[in-house]
Design a protein around this ligand. Structure first.
Ligand code: FDA
Length: 306
């Protein structure tokens, strides 16, 4: 009950326009730097360097949380260019991630595809891999179809799929012909019961089945979770089926389970940290607090440590 109220509260804050404006002007405050790589490119580069020095790879999430017109979508494209150039010029170990929403999917599919082609071209030229995040169920089919078409043109593109959805098992089967790189996530959006497994134990066992299927098909697999049970399962099956270490990686959000990230890396696994970047840090940050109100504890600690 308390969790639900807090979720509602942070979701409200995430979409509060006056607060979004203030946050854009004030820079990374409120403990946001715990979960966000940087509002500006320099801050992001410093953060990525720090992770790389610890042996961790990075995927820079180019944030575009509110797209009201083509100029907003272009701003996300520019943010992606900045990230691509910064990773390349500084010789950093990094990829980028983004939502199709942020490049204009809600404006029109044509705009989003056009913007994605520009980003993928730039990324290809600078040897950077691009992952499309997964969004609400209503756009899931559209996003997968766009990924399908772009994957036929580009090698440097992957997609996130959600284990909470019944449809994902079929999506994995159908996408196999493209030898896709897939990032498996449990799913951050609350969907209706007819499409969403909802129950945690069902989502967890689906997560494990999906990861296992994709690994055994020989496809590159990104295991994006903070859950020890999922991580231990992957460790077990890669050993059992002798899956090479360069066929998969663990991924976690910046600010979540730092010690586990290091532990996995020390054990020899590839670990990639998801580093949010851009002026929309505040909305992203509030959404993370809504998703897991326990994160408020981290935030308060980092605010008071200043
Ligand atoms: P879950 O939230 O189920 O937690 C299970 C257990 O993990 C907990 O009980 C606890 O034991 C442990 N745990 C979790 N967090 C912890 C912490 N901070 N400290 C200690 N223990 C902790 N979603 C989406 O819909 N579309 C997307 O594109 C993406 N992209 C994405 C990328 C990356 C790199 C990540 C890591 C996640 C996403 N997500 C996402 C979010 C994802 O769908 C999901 O909501 C969160 O990762 C939470 O699910 P988990 O699998 O981490 O564990």
């Amino acid at each position: 009950m308390v969790e639900e109220t807090m979720r509602g509260f942070f979701t409200f804050l995430a979409h509060n326009k006056p607060l979004i404006k203030i946050a854009r002007k004030s820079g990374l405050t409120l403990g946001g730097s715990h979960f966000v790589g940087g509002q500006e490119v320099d801050g992001m580069v410093d953060q990525v360097k720090e992770f790389n020095q610890k042996g961790l790879g990075v995927t820079v999430d180019c944030l575009g949380e509110r797209i009201d017109g083509t100029e907003d979508a272009k701003a996300t494209v520019n943010l992606c260019y900045q990230a691509i150039h910064a990773l390349h010029e500084n010789k950093l170990k990094g990829q980028i991630s983004l939502k199709l929403y942020s490049v204009g999917l809600e404006l029109s599919e044509e705009i989003a595809i056009h913007n994605m082609r520009n980003i993928l071209e730039e990324a290809k030229e600078h040897n950077v891999f691009v992952t499309i995040n997964m969004e609400e169920y209503k756009n899931c089919g559209k996003i997968i179809q766009i990924f399908r078409n772009l994957r036929k043109e580009y090698d440097n593109i992957g997609i996130a799929l959600q284990a909470n959805l019944y449809r994902t098992e079929t999506d994995v089967e159908k996408l196999d012909e493209l030898s896709p790189t897939i990032r498996f996530v449990k799913g951050a959006y609350k969907e209706s019961r007819d499409v969403d497994m909802d129950d945690k134990s069902n989502v967890d066992s689906n997560y494990q089945n999906l990861v296992k299927t994709n690994l055994l098909k020989g496809n590159y697999t990104q295991i994006a979770t903070h859950d020890n049970d999922m991580i231990d399962f992957v460790k077990k099956i890669v050993k059992e089926y002798q899956i090479p270490l360069d066929q998969f990686e663990f991924q976690m959000l910046q600010g979540m389970r730092d010690e586990k990230q290091k532990e996995l890396s020390d054990e020899g696994y590839n670990v990639v940290v998801y580093v949010p970047f851009g002026p929309d840090w505040y909305t992203y940050f509030m959404k993370r607090l809504a998703e897991r109100p326990a994160n408020v504890g981290f935030t308060l600690m980092s605010v008071f440590r200043r």
